[in-house]
Ligand binder design. Structure first.
Ligand SMILES: C[C@H](O)[C@H](O)[C@H]1CNC2=NC(N)=NC(=O)C2=N1
Length: 93
């Protein structure tokens, strides 16, 4: 199982991911799109990298707004898997 990161490790890694915030043991990013169709098109683009990583974001969709949350459910907090996938997802859209 992936190792939980320390508070200092989280802060250091988060500083390298300006588009994400850390709250309540998860990484979070909000994206805004033109409309619902574009929001869903973006969500569909997440499938392949998430499946390839074997790691999946929690996704909240509200019309044209998509909130991505990353945490390692198996470990109960943030691990390297979350930061790695966040970097990959930043390449999308
Ligand atoms: C068996 C376990 O559910 C799988 O290894 C994966 C699936 N995707 C996952 N995604 C996230 N975010 N956390 C997990 O712990 C996780 N586990």
């Amino acid at each position: 199982m992936a190792q939980l990161l320390s508070t200092s490790e989280i802060a250091a890694k988060a500083s390298q991911l300006p588009g994400w915030s850390v709250s309540d043991r998860q990484l979070q990013q909000t994206r805004q799109f033109k409309d619902f169709v574009e929001a869903i098109a973006f969500v569909n683009q997440l499938v392949e990298p998430a499946e390839a990583a074997g790691h999946h974001p929690d996704i909240e969709i509200s019309y044209n707004k998509v909130i991505l949350s990353l945490t390692t459910h198996d470990a109960g907090g943030l691990t390297e898997k979350d930061f790695s996938l966040a970097q990959v997802l930043d390449q999308i859209g």
